[in-house]
Design a protein around this ligand. Structure first.
Ligand code: MN
Length: 322
């Protein structure tokens, strides 16, 4: 018998909802999409977690370390009709690989977001340390059990994003979520040291790979601003030994992407300070003004941790003045 039209319709609707994030997601995005796919499937939805591109080193580290199955690795989102974004809310990060019209939901924690560019999405944007915290809270609120794998990933994402609760992005909600997660994840107290040491190895080619892999750019005012961010134990040593190399990499990216400003926000994980690295006078002046720092050569130290997502709103205010 020929299937009726409505049967086709039902079949079409059987396509899973893709839960993803920005292209080449970091640990927060990767953990968040795996966690949210699990949450939605436990509420009866047909979902699949999929990374477009490749997860960052830190995400791979946790996946490999705990033998957690990888999410689907996709070249683009073309095979899906309904898509949820976790830890992403701007078009840049999607690199043209996801149709914004297909986004039905956005869960993120960025002040500078573009949820208005996604006409069919409901958005949850809340200023917590990790997007993954928002996912953990859904389990807690709905009294749903979380798998050990998802708990480990999300716990790791919170530790990473809040710099073990020392970063000023940290909220009580992140702490409460982490405490709840670790009842299932059962990670040792010093897990943060293991995680941070793992991402501090930037020998050889790994430096360029990390800078390029974690690079992000923004249009602020009418300027294109590129910001590299590196979180490491041993920032001072890295910059004094390999500063010239960092500048070369930044100069190359600046040229290729035709950026007006470019710098690296280097976060020292042990004593919570920043080293800003820039080469051109224009960028140095801008950073000195908004961050109250002073450049000596290519770098400037800033006490108290500041993350890229906190620098962006400051840049935006300054660059939109003109
Ligand atoms: Mn995030």
């Amino acid at each position: 018998m020929r299937p009726s039209l409505s049967a086709f319709k039902i079949r079409a609707n059987m396509k899973p909802i893709l839960i993803t994030g920005y292209v080449n997601p970091d640990l927060d995005g990767t953990a968040g999409m795996i966690g949210y796919a699990e949450f939605l499937s436990k509420t009866g939805k047909n979902t699949v977690a999929g990374v477009i591109g490749e997860p960052h080193e830190e995400a791979k580290y946790i996946l490999d370390r705990f033998n957690i199955p990888y999410p689907l690795l996709l070249a683009n989102a073309n095979d899906y009709d309904e898509i949820v974004l976790v830890d992403a809310s701007d078009l840049n990060g999607l690199e043209g690989k996801i149709d914004p019209n297909k986004i039905i939901e956005i869960i993120d924690h960025r002040q500078a977001h573009e949820t208005d560019k996604f006409p069919n999405a409901k958005a949850q944007i809340e200023m917590v340390g990790a997007a993954a915290t928002l996912i953990a809270e859904k389990f807690i609120k709905n009294n749903l059990e979380i798998s050990k794998n998802a708990a480990i990933l999300i716990y790791g994402a919170i530790i990473s994003n809040t710099l073990n609760f020392k970063g000023s992005v940290t909220t009580d909600r992140d702490k409460a979520a982490a405490e709840w997660l670790n009842k299932t994840a059962r990670l040792p107290e010093n897990f943060w040291q293991e995680l941070f040491s793992a991402k501090s190895d930037l020998t050889g080619e790994k430096l360029a790979e990390r800078i390029e892999g974690d690079f992000a750019w923004f249009v602020l005012g009418d300027k294109n601003v590129g910001i590299a961010q590196i979180e490491i134990i041993g920032a001072d040593k890295l910059i004094s030994e390999r500063g010239e190399e960092i500048i070369k990499i930044l100069d190359k990216i600046k040229d290729e992407m035709q950026l007006d400003y470019i710098f690296q926000n280097t976060i020292e994980l042990l004593d919570c300070k920043n080293y800003l690295v820039a080469n051109d006078e224009k960028t140095k002046k801008l950073l000195e003004k908004i961050l109250d720092i002073h450049f000596v050569g290519i770098s400037a130290v800033r006490p108290n941790l500041i993350m890229r997502k906190q620098i962006i709103p400051l840049l935006k205010v300054e660059l939109e003045k003109n």
